[in-house]
Design a protein around this ligand. Structure first.
Ligand code: SF4
Length: 133
């Protein structure tokens, strides 16, 4: 039987996406219990400031083989984070998240994914550049 389609919990701000969380000033994500649709107006407004992926978390259909993070049988992002997660000492109660029933990361790593998920900001390119210097 074919696996049901999953939702990517770290998608870009684009048509068809949903807002699933808001990045706080502390850099963690507050999840919405009910995802909000991303409208054209939202996209236009969100792109005026800092990258929307720095300020929100979005979900969209998991593209599987169409995504460069796909390893062939799963999402490489959550695989990599789970490998590092033993070094993450912050314990977080599982967020009330509106996409858990079809979330790719939850499907792969269960509640352990949800425990680290609020620490993940989709666009941290600038911070990575700083860390790597
Ligand atoms: S990993 Fe858990 S908290 Fe994160 S988006 Fe998926 S279901 Fe929600």
């Amino acid at each position: 039987m074919e696996e049901e389609k999953k939702s990517c919990p770290s998608a870009v701000c684009d048509e068809g996406a949903q807002v699933i969380g808001i990045v706080t000033a502390q850099g963690t994500v507050n999840f919405l219990s009910q995802p909000l649709p991303v409208t054209k107006e939202f996209i236009a407004t969100a792109h005026k400031g800092r990258s929307p992926e720095k300020r929100f978390r979005f979900s969209n259909r998991c593209a599987e083989n169409g995504c460069r993070q796909w390893t062939g049988n799963g999402c490489g992002i959550i695989e990599a984070v789970m490998e590092q997660s033993e070094r993450i000492s912050v314990k977080i109660r599982l967020p009330k998240c509106g996409i858990r029933s079809d979330c790719r990361w939850y499907y792969q790593s269960g509640a352990d994914a949800c425990a680290v998920c609020p620490l993940i900001v989709s666009d941290n390119y600038e911070e990575q550049k700083y860390i790597e210097k």
